[in-house]
Every structure is written in structure tokens, then in C-alpha cells.
Design a protein around this ligand. Structure first.
Ligand code: FAD
Length: 283
């Protein structure tokens, strides 16, 4: 290994479980992944604030367990007064980190509701809470689908950093060159904040391909060639996925990525195995 794992940040993302059964499973996954000593766990927020209560409930539950927990947050349907009260509830719980987003309009609402860009949320948090929270924002090495150009995308990431974000986490990707090029471009534009690769293990290749088409990231041709013939075999896909994603992460860490944020999809495997391959151990 040409990197020191103790210098790298590890974080795990969950989505709020909808059922009692899902919550019980999540607690088990949480315990298993805690053994890898991540810097924090993050909990997503449904489009338009649709998981306001469940996200808050899970954050409250896990914060009591002394883990560092970062709720994802967007204005959704909230006005400034409601957002202020919500942030205060998080501050009172002892939350120290927020993933600040614009989010998307919930499906079915079309474009009728107004989305508040993430830079406004970052400024809002800094204005009302000073440096009480570490703030993470989203970054798109292969360009957000609504961005008019590569230049615009980098420019708006800079806007979020200049507004007070401490770090960025990327959209998932499988092309390391896209990440390295993006980081260089951001540095050329004067951004020094760390940009953490957001990485999703592969257990269902069809889902990854569908999500890629919608979200505007590339799945390299060689991966289509390797995964498509086995895509109905979950075990074989997961095995090849572990090998592929471990290699990707190794390239990223060796190339200077400051850590990895895993989109765990609420499963401890295969994330745990990939982490072990990279040198993060449970003891
Ligand atoms: P913004 O930074 O506001 O950018 C959105 C678009 O507008 C971009 O095209 C950008 O170039 C442009 N833009 C940015 N600022 C301005 C401005 N000031 N003026 C004009 N244009 C601007 N979604 C959820 O619903 N819940 C989640 O929990 C969630 N977690 C995520 C976590 C990560 C790490 C990532 C990468 C994405 C996550 N998403 C989540 C998806 C995200 O909400 C969508 O990608 C959304 O479309 C954009 O959110 P953003 O915060 O990047 O928005």
C-alpha cells in the first residue's frame, strides 16, 4: 500500500429506514461498521424534506450512542424560521456536522416548488450558528445534470466553499480520472477544501446503470462488459464488485484522495470487506 490509512478519513452513509424491521437491521449494520472507527455516519434526507421526522429520529437514536452523526439537510419545503428551529434541534442534540444540500423536487411535484441552492443553506447555517457545525456539500466530478457547463459546475462548488463549507463529498463515480481531473480543476480555481470521493459498492449492476443514466456519471465500457453477463447473479456481482471497487478506492487513495465516503445502502457487506482490503481494520 502506498498510502497511510490512518491519514485518511472514512465515513458511511445510510438512508432512514422506513420500517421497524429496517431500523433493527440498520442498528446491526451501524454496530458492525462502527468497529471500523469511521469519522462519522451520515443520514440522508428525502427530497423536499419527505423524511424530516425519520431522519431526525435516526439521528437522535445514533447520537445517543455517542457516534458522530451528520444529518443531510435541504430547505425542502421549509421557510427560514422552520429551518432555524430544525437546526437548533440538531444543535441541542449535539450534532456537530451537517451535509448541506439543495436536494431535488419530490417526484410528482414537477418544478412547481422552488428549490434553494445549497450555497444559500451553507450561508444560512454560518450566519445563525457560526462555526458550531462542520459543513459538507455535494460535488460532481462528472458534472451535475443541471449544470450548463463544466466551468459552471466548478464555479458553483466554489460558491458553496466560499459560503463556508469545510469539505465536499462527490456523487458516486467509477472513473478515477474524472475525480483527479475535477480535484485539479477545483484547486486551479482556488479551492483548498478536501473533496472526498463518494463510492458505492456494486451489488446490483442494473440499478447502478440506471442511476448513472439519470444522475450523469459514467460507468466505463469495460465494466459493462464484465458485469452484464453476470448481472442476474447477485453473489457473482457482489464478488466482482468488491474486487472492482477495492481497486478503484486503492487508486484514489494512492493518488491523494483524502479518504472515502461509502454509500452503504444500509448494508455492512460489501463495504466492510472493501474497507479491510484497503487497510481499515476492526482492531
Ligand atoms: P446545488 O449545489 O444547489 O446545485 C444544483 C445545481 O444548480 C447544479 O447544477 C449547480 O451547478 C447549480 N447551482 C448551484 N448553485 C447555484 C446558484 N447559486 N445559482 C445558480 N445555479 C446554481 N439528495 C437528497 O434528496 N437527499 C440527500 O440526502 C442527498 N444526499 C446527497 C449526498 C451527496 C454526497 C450527493 C453528492 C448528493 C446527494 N443528494 C441528496 C442529491 C442532491 O440533492 C442532488 O444532486 C441535487 O440535484 C443537487 O443538490 P446540490 O446540493 O448539489 O445542489
Amino acid at each position: 500500500m502506498a498510502y497511510t490509512i490512518t491519514d485518511k478519513r472514512l465515513s458511511f452513509e445510510f438512508f432512514p429506514a422506513k420500517t421497524e424491521q429496517g431500523l433493527t437491521k440498520l442498528k446491526g449494520v451501524w454496530a458492525e461498521l462502527s468497529a471500523l472507527k469511521p469519522e462519522f455516519f451520515s443520514i440522508t434526507y428525502g427530497a423536499g424534506g419527505s423524511t424530516r421526522e425519520t431522519t431526525f429520529g435516526i439521528v437522535s437514536e445514533f447520537v445517543r450512542g455517542a457516534a458522530d452523526v451528520a444529518p443531510h439537510l435541504s430547505f425542502g419545503g421549509d421557510n427560514e424560521e422552520a429551518m432555524l428551529a430544525f437546526l437548533q434541534q440538531y444543535a441541542d442534540l449535539g450534532v456537530r456536522r451537517i451535509v448541506a444540500l439543495r436536494g431535488d423536487t419530490p417526484s410528482g411535484l414537477g418544478t412547481s416548488s422552488q428549490l434553494v441552492h445549497a450555497d444559500k443553506l451553507v450561508s444560512f447555517i454560518r450566519r445563525h450558528f457560526g462555526n458550531q457545525f462542520e459543513i459538507e456539500v455535494a460535488a460532481y466530478p462528472e458534472v451535475h445534470p443541471e449544470s450548463k457547463s463544466y466551468h459552471d459546475d466548478v464555479h458553483y462548488l466554489k460558491g458553496k466553499i466560499d459560503a463556508g463549507a469545510n469539505a465536499a463529498i462527490t456523487q458516486l463515480f467509477y472513473n478515477p480520472d474524472a475525480y483527479f481531473y475535477y480535484v485539479e480543476e477545483c484547486q486551479r480555481q482556488g479551492m483548498n477544501a478536501p473533496i472526498y470521493p463518494g463510492i458505492m459498492p456494486i451489488t446490483n449492476f442494473k440499478n447502478i446503470s440506471r442511476f448513472a443514466a439519470k444522475s450523469g456519471f459514467d460507468v466505463p465500457r469495460w465494466m459493462h462488459q464484465r458485469f452484464e453477463p453476470i448481472q442476474d447473479d447477485t453473489e457473482a456481482t457482489t464478488r466482482l464488485g468488491i474486487e472492482t471497487v477495492s481497486r478503484l478506492c486503492e487508486q484514489l487513495l494512492q493518488g491523494g484522495a483524502p479518504g472515502i465516503h461509502f454509500y452503504t445502502m444500509n448494508n455492512s457487506e460489501p463495504t466492510t470487506e472493501i474497507c479491510r482490503n484497503l487497510g481499515w481494520t476492526t482492531h
